[in-house]
Design a protein around this ligand. Structure first.
Ligand SMILES: C[S@@+](CC[C@H](N)C(=O)[O-])C[C@H]1O[C@@H](n2cnc3c(N)ncnc32)[C@H](O)[C@@H]1O
Length: 467
């Protein structure tokens, strides 16, 4: 099924075809039609289907994906959970009535059980998609060039995927295997991980956003998800930085911090080699990202802190070749480095000592700023963690000295300055993304820390000099 669909990218974008479309993996590019300020919602996209990850079943509503306050379980299949009767009724009408009877038998079948976990998860999403089309008699929409459903049939396919026989939930009146295979072949290149505060809990098809945005590991935009009671999650694509008219707007398909794996995933799942400035830089300087060419990190994090402190660098300087990363610092582009540091950070933040935790935290921020594009939400989330750790260091300090004098990090910076710097950076970055995901998120935590800060300033009679 190949179709032309009318794509409406909204006020901020137009789609430009790439000149060599026959040989390129890129069909077209989303170009900014005007200057766009950081924090602007560039596009809103509705899902054609969503499905919770298996690990989230029973913890969130199967209809609107909100965290469950009380449990309303489908009395027939006992496998779908809802916030309340309203969500249950809405989901029944939307799709569940077409899957309820056959769901448990299908889930227990040999055909389903022998699938890999990620294919199982795709089969649930495909079943939801087909159940929705059948339950709501949406087949006619495929003939309407304006319909978002028709956009699905204009999405790029992965020619190497084949529909696993018997893998899908039997749905009365469902399409032929050919049509199902056609939908499925578009999944790996187009589906989105749905997240709350950047932790995934579901996946879904957002055809308009899929059709419009290409990937970059240094994106100038990113998707967030709005959770509203009674409605499936709505995607909003937000500008992460100021975008100039004529620039291409790109989003990240995967977490750019998966430094070694990202090239493989983009090649295997999406069929392209990324040509962003960061990938080019890493290929040029780190031997095509091959692990053995990158020196392992020093075992002692304090040694790493010393190395980092004498090397003030920005990602832009590395990418454009103005500065080079010394060989002894290349470990920061080793995926294991971040994994090791984040696990040490969480251990020291919980168990202490706080100064070791803060030193680890500084190293993570340094690394993130060399990997991610500016204002990338993960940098903000980590700055918030660092602010919380600095706060804990301040309140557990027994020296009797003012937090404006006592220091917890190797550079000698006072604890208060570490706290304020991390808190302000977290607020600046996370305000750009704005409210998203579950309630009581990072912006609430920032609000609490700001109140704590005011209390501390009053207690010690400190006047913060605004920078
Ligand atoms: C979700 S679609 C992107 C939208 C695409 N412009 C379209 O026309 O449908 C994903 C596909 O776009 C292409 N693509 C996306 N980002 C790319 C990039 N940075 N470099 C090369 N190809 C890319 C790849 O073929 C990928 O499988």
């Amino acid at each position: 099924m190949e179709s032309e669909a009318i794509i409406e990218p909204g006020d901020y974008l137009r789609l430009d075809s790439v000149p060599n479309a026959q040989t390129s993996t890129i069909r077209d590019k989303a170009i900014a039609t005007q200057n766009i300020k950081a924090g602007t919602t560039i596009l809103t996209s509705k899902p054609s289907a969503t499905a919770l990850l298996a690990s989230e079943k029973g913890k969130r509503c199967d209809h609107c994906c909100n965290k469950l306050r009380s449990l309303n379980r489908c009395k027939n299949c006992a496998a779908y959970y809802y916030c309340d009767v309203a969500c249950q009724a809405a989901d029944w009408k939307l799709r569940h009535k077409k899957m309820c009877k056959s769901y448990n038998k299908w889930k227990a079948s040999v055909e389903y059980q022998r699938l890999d976990e990620h294919v199982k998860s795709d089969m649930v999403l495909l079943s939801h998609l087909v159940a929705e089309i059948v339950a709501q008699n949406k087949l006619a929409l495929f003939d309407d060039r304006r319909s978002e459903l028709r956009v699905i049939t204009s999405l790029m396919k992965n020619p190497y995927t084949t529909l696993p026989a018997g893998g899908m939930c039997p749905i009365p009146g469902q399409h032929s295997d050919e049509i199902l295979g056609d939908f499925y072949s578009r999944f790996s290149r187009n589906n989105f991980a749905i997240h709350s505060h950047f932790t995934s809990f579901a996946h879904g098809m957002y055809p308009l956003a899929s059709r419009i945005f290409n990937h970059s590991c240094v994106p100038n935009a990113a998707a967030k998800y709005i959770l509203k009671k009674g409605e499936p999650p709505l995607m909003k694509v937000i500008a992460l930085s100021d975008i100039i008219e004529g620039d291409e707007v790109c989003i990240p398909y995967i977490d750019p911090a998966l430094i070694q794996r990202r090239a493989q995933i983009l090649d295997y799942s999406y069929g392209f080699t990324c040509a962003c400035v960061s990938c080019k830089y890493l290929r040029r300087t780190c031997g095509g990202l091959a692990l053995p060419t990158i020196k392992p990190p020093p075992k002692d994090p304090r040694q790493a802190v010393k190395l980092v402190e004498v090397q003030p660098l920005t990602a832009q300087e590395l990418w454009d070749g103005t500065k080079t990363l010394p060989d002894e610092l290349k470990f920061i582009f080793h995926e294991e480095w971040l994994i090791m540091q984040t696990s040490l950070y969480s251990k020291y933040s919980h168990d202490g000592p706080p100064n070791t935790a803060l030193a680890c935290g500084e190293l993570i921020i340094y690394t993130y700023k060399l990997i991610y594009s500016s204002n990338y939400p993960q940098i903000g989330l980590h700055c918030l963690e660092q602010a919380k750790t600095a706060w804990n260091a301040i309140v557990s300090d027994t020296s009797g000295k003012s937090p404006a004098e006592v220091s917890y990090i190797p550079s000698g910076e006072p604890g208060l300055a570490t706290f304020v710097k991390a808190l302000r950076e977290a607020k600046r970055i996370l305000d750009i993304v704005g409210e998203e995901g579950d309630p009581e998120g990072p912006l609430n935590e920032i609000g609490v820390l700001e109140k704590n800060l005011q209390g501390l300033l009053d207690e010690w009679h400190i006047n913060l000099v605004e920078k």
